[in-house]
Design a protein around this ligand. Structure first.
Ligand code: SAM
Length: 396
């Protein structure tokens, strides 16, 4: 038994006790992130940005949304000119955090393609009500300009109805995952239990389900991923992204003609499922600090894991998506004009050295090869006429 005592908020203790004293790690992650009253995202407690718990590319400044905006604008223009001239197009953002990306994107398009905006709906798909409130506050001014911004559940979108672009930046890393642990020569499902005397939480094990076993076997046959790796030691643990496939399948069904851009931390399978990566990639973030204890401050911090490059691509292709390409954020943003923004700083700030340096740092953080710059950009598409294709400037 892997014991990592941690603090114990009453609401979570009650929930776990009601469920018999032990819950799967998947349920734990779902509760601490998405519980509508106490979850980090569900309640809207999540604090993104430099003054918050962690930064996302969008929460640093509008630069990220402006640069991705160039790509989205280019895709939308191609859609209009190649085959959807009379259709209303959509830009859909999943998991919009505090609304920074959508706000920056619309500001960019207002500046560069104002007339074109009339033919575009902006839709946010966000299950956490607490976050929706933040997003509505952030987008208030743009809503009052009459920009067509809507909040919807994916289930409210008709099948084969989306024509346009779907983006999910740092969202799949927030979907609950199973954790698989190797113990006494067997695989277990990682669990979280309550110590009946101290009421503290600790990591535990529960039997693996036949569904999990099946999906691990499938990954072995389709991708050659061996769980556990041959030389795994006692206690070896990894994440298993059980929700990605269903999410991709539901989304695929809703798209008529569209491009899906997923941006996230991701590792190649050969680095993910090795004996050296003995405790997976799951961490928590609080006050800009990364904390490896996954039971730290439940409900009051982010809990997140890396994606696996090959399993995500395989899941997407298995439901029907076509893979356009994968690149690193650093390279994508340079292809979309980040260097020109850096050169422009001198002109923009003239004698204001301290602000010029701050802006330079913000831009460089987006492409820092040991952090945001290493994020992977996955581009998939679905076209009704399979032969159709459009160009992606982020791969130049
Ligand atoms: C790390 S934040 C993403 C930040 C944002 N995309 C940005 O660029 O700053 C994760 C977001 O995903 C949302 N989320 C969690 N589960 C989701 C799901 N199943 N579908 C869509 N969004 C989800 C969270 O509520 C939160 O808004």
């Amino acid at each position: 038994m892997n014991s990592l005592p941690a603090n114990n908020p009453d609401w979570l203790v009650k929930k776990i006790i009601q469920m018999g004293g032990t819950i799967s790690f998947y349920d734990y992650m779902n509760f601490v992130l998405n519980d509508p009253v106490n979850g980090y995202y569900g309640s809207g407690k999540a604090k993104l940005g430099v003054g918050g718990d962690f930064v996302t590319s969008s929460s640093l400044s509008d630069d990220f949304a402006f640069l991705v905006g160039r790509q989205i604008e280019d895709w939308l223009f191609q859609f209009k000119s190649v085959f959807l001239s009379n259709q209303k197009l959509a830009v859909i953002e999943f998991g919009a955090g505090d609304g920074s990306f959508m706000s920056g994107l619309i500001k960019y398009l207002l500046g560069s393609s104002k007339n074109f905006l009339k033919g575009v709906s902006f839709i946010i798909i966000e299950p956490n009500k607490g976050m929706v409130e933040k997003q509505k506050n952030k987008l208030e001014d743009l809503l009052s300009l009459g920009i067509d911004i809507l909040w919807k559940g994916l289930e409210e979108v008709e099948e084969n109805n989306i024509n346009g672009i779907v983006i999910a930046n740092e969202v799949l890393d927030a979907l609950p995952v199973e954790r698989i642990t190797f113990s006494k020569e067997k695989l277990f499902r990682q669990a979280v239990s309550i110590d009946k005397k101290s009421y503290r939480l600790f990591l535990d094990e529960m039997p693996i389900t036949s569904e999990l076993e099946k999906s691990i076997e499938l990954a072995k046959s389709e991708l050659g991923i061996t769980i556990p790796p041959k030389d795994a030691l006692e206690g070896w643990t990894t994440e298993w992204h059980v929700d990605n496939s269903e999410w991709l399948k539901a989304l695929y069904g809703k798209i008529n003609n569209g491009i899906l851009l997923i941006i996230d931390y991701a590792k190649e399978a050969e680095k993910y499922y090795t004996s050296r990566n003995s405790d997976g990639t799951m961490v928590t973030y609080k006050n800009q600090k990364m904390i490896p204890n996954v039971l730290d401050s439940p409900g009051n911090c982010d809990l997140t894991s890396h994606l696996c490059v090959e399993t995500l691509i395989n899941d997407a292709e298995n439901v029907g998506f076509n893979t356009v390409g994968i690149t690193k954020q650093g390279e994508a943003l340079l292809a979309l004009g980040l260097a020109e923004r850096l050169y422009g700083i001198q002109k923009e700030f003239k004698e204001d050295l301290s602000n010029a340096l701050l802006r330079r740092e913000t831009l460089l953080r987006l492409v820092d090869p040991v952090c945001l710059g290493d994020f992977k950009w996955f581009v998939f598409n679905k076209f009704k006429e399979k032969k159709k294709n459009i160009n992606s400037s982020c791969f130049r």
